[in-house]
Design a protein around this ligand. Structure first.
Ligand code: FA5
Length: 344
């Protein structure tokens, strides 16, 4: 029995010395000193010893237990210290390292385009006006010469909230609101940027929510030539290059005559390429002379005053200007896409 105890002591000492971590040490304590441990198992055989041998072996067993407890205690200290040192080293803070640069946001490309449009028109003497996105049927349609049941209402499929309230489908209602606020005074020279909403199916060039910038000029003797001059000047500044422009006849119920303005393709210069679908031209806005009925309805004498209005889509302008192939990139908020515009 003595030999068994001695050999157990040796085996346990080696195992304790070699324990790699606190968990292993805990297992060793259970294995050798636990209630069902090896020392207890050996001591169960004491009943077979002679009465003389019993106290001697009992004393030896106690000595071995105390010794192993001490070894385990010392090893525990050692392992705890080592674990602490490793943690401290891993968490060491080097205060001399240069700080990580804070990650800066970027201006959204559509906001950047709207700001550029505003700057250009402010430079030409325009003021910036605003209007509500939740609009009445009256301002969005009726006051713009689009009475109920007018077939041209189908040109702008709408999100109605009640039969009389909707999300505005264009920024043109701000024309009427501005004229009303001016109470027949001239000159009126405003642009109005803002969000608009249409029940369009989203695709590469359509979004159900997008932006427009409206423009309105009213004074005595305003003619189509002024409209063309101002918008051609705007296009060159916007795209930063010499451009050809042309007005094509079009139809909007609130302008007469109505036109769409094309610019020569900014990619091929008019030769024909994929961007301009080989036509050499790209449409950038709708415009026209304010319809006399719209002027009169908002309190302006159409015999004395004339004016022009235009409406453009900054989303489509941003697609052209930055060579982006899908309008949906603007609305999915992928930071990798947006970071490309950090320099704007
Ligand atoms: C209008 O909304 C007129 N109110 C513009 C106007 C104002 C004409 C004043 C005359 C006088 P239109 O529906 O064509 O017109 O839209 C104007 C621009 O909005 C388009 O040229 C296009 O750039 C943009 N646009 C229209 N629908 C979408 C859409 N679903 N997604 C993104 N851009 C769009």
């Amino acid at each position: 029995m003595r030999e068994r105890l001695k050999s157990l002591e040796k085996k346990a000492e080696t195992a304790i010395r070699e324990a790699a971590d606190l968990d292993q040490l805990k297992d060793l304590r259970v294995k050798y000193l636990g209630k069902k441990g090896e020392l207890t198992t050996i001591l169960r055989g004491m009943k077979d010893l002679s009465p003389e041998e019993r106290p001697v072996v009992g004393g030896l067993a106690n000595e071995i237990r105390t010794g192993l407890e001490r070894w385990i205690g010392n090893k525990e200290e050692e392992l705890k210290k080592a674990a602490l040192t490793t943690r401290l080293e891993a968490e060491a803070l080097d205060v001399t390292l240069p700080a990580a640069p804070p990650s800066l946001g970027a201006v959204h490309p559509i906001s950047a385009v709207i700001e550029q449009i505003e700057d250009i028109f402010i430079g030409m003497g325009f003021e910036v006006a605003e209007g509500p996105e939740v609009e009445s049927d009256y301002y969005n349609f009726e006051a713009l010469n689009l009475p109920k049941e007018h077939p041209a209402r189908d040109m702008q499929d709408s999100f109605y909230i009640t039969p009389e309230i909707l999300l505005r489908t264009h920024t043109s209602p701000v024309q009427v609101r501005t004229m009303e606020a001016k109470e027949g005074q001239v000159p009126v020279k405003i642009i109005c940027p803002g969000k608009v909403y249409r029940r369009d199916d989203d695709d590469a060039t359509h979004s159900h929510q997008f932006h427009q910038v409206e423009g309105l000029v009213i004074d005595r003797g305003i003619a189509m030539s002024e409209l063309h001059g101002i918008l051609a000047g705007f296009a060159e500044k916007m795209f930063g290059m010499k451009l050809e422009t042309r007005l094509r006849p079009s139809y909007f119920p609130f302008t007469e005559p109505s036109v769409e303005m094309d610019i020569s393709c900014i990619q091929c210069g008019g030769e024909g390429c994929r961007m301009c679908k080989n036509t050499g031209w790209i449409e950038i806005l709708g415009a026209g002379m304010v319809h006399p009925r719209v002027l009169e309805g908002a309190g302006y004498d159409s015999e004395r005053y004339t004016g022009f209005a235009f409406g453009m889509g900054p989303d489509r302008i941003a697609l052209l200007k930055y060579g982006i192939d899908d309008i949906r990139h603007f609305y999915t908020n992928d930071v990798k896409f947006l970071r490309q515009f950090q320099s704007l």
